[in-house]
Write a protein that binds this ligand. Sequence first.
Ligand code: ADP
Ligand code: MG
Length: 571
Amino acid sequence: MGAIRLLPSAVADRIAAGEVVERPASVVKELVENALDAGARRIAVALDGGGVERIAVEDDGVGIAAEDLPLAVERHATSKLADERLVEIATLGFRGEALPSIGAVARLSLVSRPRNAAEGAEITVEAGVKGSVRPAAAGFGTRVVVRDLFFCTPARLKFLRSPRAETEAALAATRRLALVHPEVAFRITVDGREVLALAAGDPFRRMTDLLGEEMARHAVALAAERGKLRLAGWVGPPSLTRATQADQHLAVNRRPVTDRLLRTALRVAYGDAIAVGRHPVALLALDVPAEAVDVNVHPAKAEVRFRDAEAVRGFVISAVREALNAGRLVAPVPRHPPSFRFASPRGSAPALAEAPALPLSAPPAARPAPAPVPGLADHPLGAARAQLLGTWILAETADGALILVDQHAAAERIRHEALKRSLATEAGVAKQALLIPAVVELSPARAEVVLARAGTLARLGLVVEPFGGAVLVRAVPAPLTGCDAAALVRDLAEELVESGESRAIESRLDAVLARMACHGSIRAGRRLSEAEMNALLRALEATPNAGTCSHGRPTWIRLEAADLERLFGRR
Ligand code: ADP
Ligand code: MG
């Protein structure tokens, strides 16, 4: 980096306009980016009071010369643009907007000491008013302290969520940057308590630290190249999914992005190996030539624009697909015989109460009426005849049709409706006490989010209480007896963190119930007895909205005798 200089106004005007500072997380993101741009090897982040009271970011990077401090807090002053074309941007920052924007809405202190300086210097900005540069005690590097965020723009405070939610968002922003900068050590403290300490290490170690052991054990490594595009990282197996996209970490030229194009490409690559509404876990770094991407399209720089979007999309899809196939995680053969493809409504997600009709019906030709099957008179889904591949129930109806049931989807819908019905009663959802309470380790922020909703969760049949830093589960909803309580709580924590506001759980009860319903005991792959299969069919008939599961996939389809005959060319 050279000296800090003011951008000519013509360049400044082309900088994507917009608020840089929306919430504490955006302050943390900008300050950590600055530290990374300064070549720091160690970065310490401290948050107090959700980041509104105080945010401090300290680094051991190159520092800022005392005489440059006033310029650093000036609008459109940056040391990072080599030329004025706003292309070939190699640093995370380039607009010279973060420090002045933060100084405009808070009390900012910037203390810095470059390697060659005998002592440090400090400058302060309060509500946009710059102080003078003064000597200050400091080690090598830079320390930025932001106090009383939005104290002079109280209207902005109203848009903030609870301190807990703001803290979680700030942590997420730091984790995103830490994932693609494994060579830098990070230490994060929240209200004086250390919540994360990451040693500098290799990318795999960093992924393990941040995405967890399970991902590290089952992830498929990926390294692909096409022309000047390079993609590297890890993708999770289809069996490891999340309720939200929060664990899809994508970076373009080492800049974390939440780019739609890349997320869609990832989803497409997994195809129907994962359920609708679930999201794969991934850590992927895309490298493209600097001139092939425009990073100056979004105020928070979270989105980018590719010059050749189609090429990027195609490359990402095929690279991820190949990696998954090589890892033998996607069945190499189609999951349905080709002749059944047209009959599989997967993906079109019909929201009807009825199972989708097959596009096969033709006027019935004259043929003998099927012989009635004894004992099936009143059962539209018929009698179970077999279980196929541990996944499908095959049934035969009195009027001579064949019914195929997705046992997992059906069981999920039945549980979802049962949960809904019991929630509507005064007592709420019945509880099933656990003989041995389950201890669930969560990040402190997630544990707090879950415990803060303990009252509502109890009404849903889930009884949790604090247990050291962890969460103790005493009872699970009765319709979910036998489920993995820890997995259920982790999944709900993710849902709650994502939906944020404390009121949100009330308005999202149905989504929470749907999520709970996924955690029942009948999973695809379990062998069912004939009695169990018939019980499932009867329960399905008695359930409202039974035609689709909670994710909108069909739970059963009906094949008429005529459809079967046509498949065999007999009609
Ligand atoms: P930008 O990062 O877009 O250049 P900022 O307002 O974030 O704009 O920072 C302004 C300038 O202050 C930077 O260009 C850089 O020269 C200097 N600076 C900011 N933070 C640091 C830091 N942690 N270490 C060294 N220099 C910094
Ligand atoms: Mg910056």
